[in-house]
Design a protein around this ligand. Structure first.
Ligand code: PGA
Length: 247
């Protein structure tokens, strides 16, 4: 009932020319498992990506969006510009944004509301730190992050994607076990259900954190895991292929 999604978060990698080259390779890839595919290049590479993706069924995502329409926000990017470039999705609140750029649950909510208002679909990232995991408060942390991020989202909940990314698993080679990730994602869905009722069953919740060709099958086999947000393994066509064709 929920279409799986595999999204590549390219982070601060791939110039516009490299973006075009990687997309040309991705367009040759099969998609045997039928997941919706998304690539999220750097802001400066979005125009090249949009052009290269024409005629393909790979969707385009950005890595951030500002919460104001426009104005004195040096270095930021507004939703209208992303729309104009053909962007459909936008990653919001990635742990690297929270860690290095002062992103908070409140600004994640503001950015998500602006994205939705502009017709962009946010991929909202939540996840616990290693310390929080060791304290046994993973579910409390991710449920609170989710509820704050979704404040005032209302009927637009259907256009939201959540990515559960344990911070300790990002870029480290460590992954949550499939069962552990499934249980945390079930808790996140429970938190969404408390606020939005049955619509929670239509919200896609992805897993992210060192997902690759080796572990994708077992993660995707879990009933609550609706796909993956892929960092390192999204930067080369053959690696991404291994995740996309996980069966
Ligand atoms: P990773 O990154 O796959 O390299 O761990 C995932 C992410 O940060 O979205």
């Amino acid at each position: 009932m929920r279409t799986p999604m595999i999204a590549g978060n390219w982070k601060m990698n791939k110039t516009p020319a490299q973006t075009k080259a990687l997309i040309e390779d991705l367009k040759k890839m099969q998609n045997r498992c039928g997941a919706e595919l998304v690539v999220c290049p750097m802001t400066v590479s979005l125009a090249a990506a949009s052009e290269a993706l024409k005629g393909s069924n790979i969707h385009l995502g950005a890595q951030n969006v500002h919460f104001a329409d426009n104005g004195a926000y040096t270095g930021e990017c507004n939703a209208d510009s992303l729309k104009e470039l053909g962007v459909e999705y936008v990653i919001i609140g990635h742990s690297e944004r929270r860690q290095y750029f002062g992103e908070t649950d409140v600004t994640v909510n503001q950015r998500s509301l602006k994205a939705l208002e502009a017709g962009l679909k946010p991929i909202i990232c939540v996840g616990e730190s290693l310390e929080q995991k060791q304290q046994g408060i993973t579910k409390e942390i991710v449920c609170m992050q989710t509820k704050v991020a979704l404040l005032n989202v209302g009927a637009q909940i259907e256009n939201v994607v959540i990515a559960y990314e344990p911070v300790w698993a990002i870029g480290t080679g460590l992954t949550a076990s499939p069962e552990e990730a499934n249980a945390t994602i079930a808790a996140i869905r429970g938190a969404i259900r408390e606020v939005f009722g049955a619509a929670a069953d239509r919200v896609r919740i992805l897993y992210g954190g060192s997902m690759n060709a080796k572990n994708a099958h077992d993660l995707m086999a879990q009933p609550e895991i609706d796909g993956g947000l892929i960092g390192g393994a999204a930067l080369a066509a053959e690696k991404f292929d291994g995740v996309v064709n996980f069966n």
